[in-house]
Design a protein around this ligand. Structure first.
Ligand code: SF4
Length: 291
């Protein structure tokens, strides 16, 4: 049996950088808090918790004082920074530079909206940390839509500044741009300003995953159960290749099932650590040798 790990699988640079920042801070201070899960991967979180990381929610911030709190790659709204300042909390900011730039762009567009009575529309998942951070740039006035059916909430007679959560699907975004554009034209309104703010890494990820799936007999897709990126990529891969299995750890692998394949591929979400995929590869190889 041959077991391969996809080259493009695993942490994106935003998450790698956040984990490095976290490890360096733990080394330096011994204990730090992090707002929400640093990555949507329980195994990686457990590893960092053993080194002193404490996961808290924004609502817990009110009760914290004189400590260090890390902001993860997804970013946070301005209200979080303001609260930290009030409570003398030192922020360790690991917001991904791409998300940071998007926050700035949304804020700038919001300022333009104030002059032109326009609307900020964000294509994203309601309640997702990155989307909360983006909405915060607009005093929470942005219209968040997660699917085309929700566009009726937009006033097509006014200016529309459209952005996307960085991890959304490129084709869905392009479809949305085309439909909103059509509605704007029907209203004789050419004040439509779409910005494709999908992370380039995400935009190319589906293609690299499918190419990889084509090169193997079966795919073990490794992801935390709560990772939206992981769930999406897994479903995407499975629609293309039926022999795709969702696993979070080696305990989820059905060894009897996979022994019918000669060439097994291991891939994962942007929140899946490489060490975990390597551990799974070694486990599958060792199990196949003992048969
Ligand atoms: S997916 Fe892209 S935008 Fe999101 S954290 Fe990773 S590098 Fe940054």
């Amino acid at each position: 049996m041959e077991v391969l790990i996809e080259n493009e699988a695993g942490f994106c640079f935003g998450v790698v950088s956040a984990i490095n920042t976290c490890e360096q801070s733990l080394e330096k201070y011994g204990e730090i808090y992090c707002l929400g899960e640093l990555v949507h991967n329980t195994i990686e979180i457990n590893r960092l918790e053993k080194r002193g990381l404490k996961i808290v929610e924004v609502k817990d911030l009110e009760g914290l004082k004189d400590c260090r709190v890390m902001i993860r790659a997804h970013g946070e709204p301005p209200s979080t920074y303001a609260l930290a300042k009030r409570n003398n909390i030192e922020i360790i900011d690991a917001t991904c530079p791409i998300v940071l730039k998007l926050q700035k762009d949304v804020k700038k567009a919001y300022e333009q909206c104030a002059m032109s009575d326009g609307q900020i529309v964000i294509f994203g998942k309601k309640g997702h940390a990155e989307v909360i951070g983006l909405c915060g740039q607009t005093d929470n006035t942005a219209i968040v839509i997660s699917k085309v059916e929700e566009i009726e909430r937009i006033d097509f007679s006014k200016a529309v500044y459209l952005f996307s959560q960085t991890t959304k699907n490129k084709e869905e975004f392009e479809n949305l741009v085309s439909i909103i554009g059509q509605r704007m034209r029907e209203n004789n309104n050419d004040n439509f300003f779409p910005t494709n703010s999908i992370c380039k890494r995400m935009a190319s990820r589906t293609k690299t995953l499918l190419d990889f799936a084509d090169s193997v007999d079966a795919v073990l897709f490794v992801s935390g159960k709560h990772s939206s990126n992981g769930t999406y990529l897994y479903e995407f891969c499975r629609q293309h290749k039926e022999a795709t299995y969702f696993i979070s750890d080696k305990g989820d692998i059905d060894l009897e099932e996979i022994k019918k394949y000669n060439r097994i591929g291991i891939s994962g979400a942007t929140s899946t650590p490489m060490w975990l995929m390597e551990e799974i590869r070694d486990y599958v190889l060792a199990s196949s040798e003992t048969k």
